[in-house]
Design a protein around this ligand. Sequence first.
Ligand SMILES: Cc1cc2nc3c(=O)[nH]c(=O)nc-3n(C[C@H](O)[C@H](O)[C@H](O)COP(=O)(O)OP(=O)(O)OC[C@H]3O[C@@H](n4cnc5c(N)ncnc54)[C@H](O)[C@@H]3O)c2cc1C
Length: 400
Amino acid sequence: MADIGNAGPQGSGTRGALVVGAGIAGLAAALRLHQQGWDVVVIERAPARRSGGYLVNLHGPGYAAAERLGLLPALTPRDIGFFTSVLVHADGREKFRIPAAVTEAAVGNRALSLFRGDLESTLYDAVADLVAIRFGTTVAAVAENSGGVVATLSDGTRLAADLLVGADGVHSRVRELVFGAEPEYFVDLGHMVGAFPLHTVPEHVPAGVGTTFIGPGRTAAVMNLGPQRSSAFFTYRCPNSQAELALGPTAALTAAFGDLGRGVADALRELEADPAVAYFDSVGQIVMDRWSSGRVVLLGDAAWCVTVFAGYGAALALDGADRLGTALAAHQADIPAALDSWERSLRPEVDKRQALARKGMVRFAPPSRAHVWAGELMLRAIQLPGLRGLVQRSIQRANN
Ligand SMILES: Cc1cc2nc3c(=O)[nH]c(=O)nc-3n(C[C@H](O)[C@H](O)[C@H](O)COP(=O)(O)OP(=O)(O)OC[C@H]3O[C@@H](n4cnc5c(N)ncnc54)[C@H](O)[C@@H]3O)c2cc1C
């Protein structure tokens, strides 16, 4: 059995962590633990890196965590910044635009807008030479004894560690093995989400612009920030997410959005040519009374998935990883005490973001035409000088 708990010289006192999942949460945890002198092994089920996805926003605690992790010098040049957002009709014609300055004033300058893939790459580059990352590997069994935790991996090897971090996303295998089956914790919000990078610049979206169509039960957004910087995002309400997953991204997204024109039609054509790049999943929150058991801790979507409707999953993954490192440093040998204090520090933020997501769902998939109309009225109102400050202050309150 490989003993990663004492991967350094025997008796050196070096602690070992096994991190399951090389997403944002897993890579950030690996970085933070390595910075504190832990030996870290990361296992990732996918055969190679997963750099897809749409936009992630880092502001408030998420931005502060990126700063403490030392990521800002690499992330700042990749900031998309603020772009002009154009609301469009179903056929792609412009309804009205929201100038970049409006969003900028609401979010402030301690904020980054990034492609998820750029955040993943930055984290990967920061840890790749420092920790062992094994792709194409997952965890088959977990057992705990008085001295630590032992994981049996899918390749048959066993690893012993002082701490096991389950950062394997919303459908976490670690959660299933240690805490119980997914239906006990997954609260289905009745929507699907799809996102993918566009290798060809969308012909019908002007350069530097993101177009958004919002209709009853659905949103489609297509962004043209030039070659390698263009992307598409979809979300829609659905009665049966398992049936949508069985269809796969191309058939499901074409059925839900195939009637839309211009940028959306460009994006769906591209998806058909390369469906493997798409992130496509049901939208559901993970709600648990406790995120750790002994020396096993869940982190990121595995523990608390806030969903795309919060716009804050990546920020919470970074914040959670950073706080985990702080708590482990403060409690040294007492890992369960560290996990207790970590959870207490993070719960209020997670509860707030989950509640905001449930509230925000109607903005992405308005229940009726009247809701679509009311949403548009609010977006138009942002641009009126008298109301702009009011709306910006309410956005700031939600962000921080
Ligand atoms: C490719 C991709 C694209 C995404 N795009 C978007 C998007 O456009 N919009 C959005 O809101 N959210 C998106 N997400 C989810 C978003 O990244 C998370 O909500 C957030 O960043 C929190 O990250 P996480 O690390 O907790 O979870 P995730 O980002 O889901 O990462 C979990 C990682 O664990 C790996 N994994 C899963 N199961 C196992 C297992 N059994 N063993 C080992 N490894 C395992 C996964 O392959 C993945 O790399 C995407 C996720 C991925 C993986």
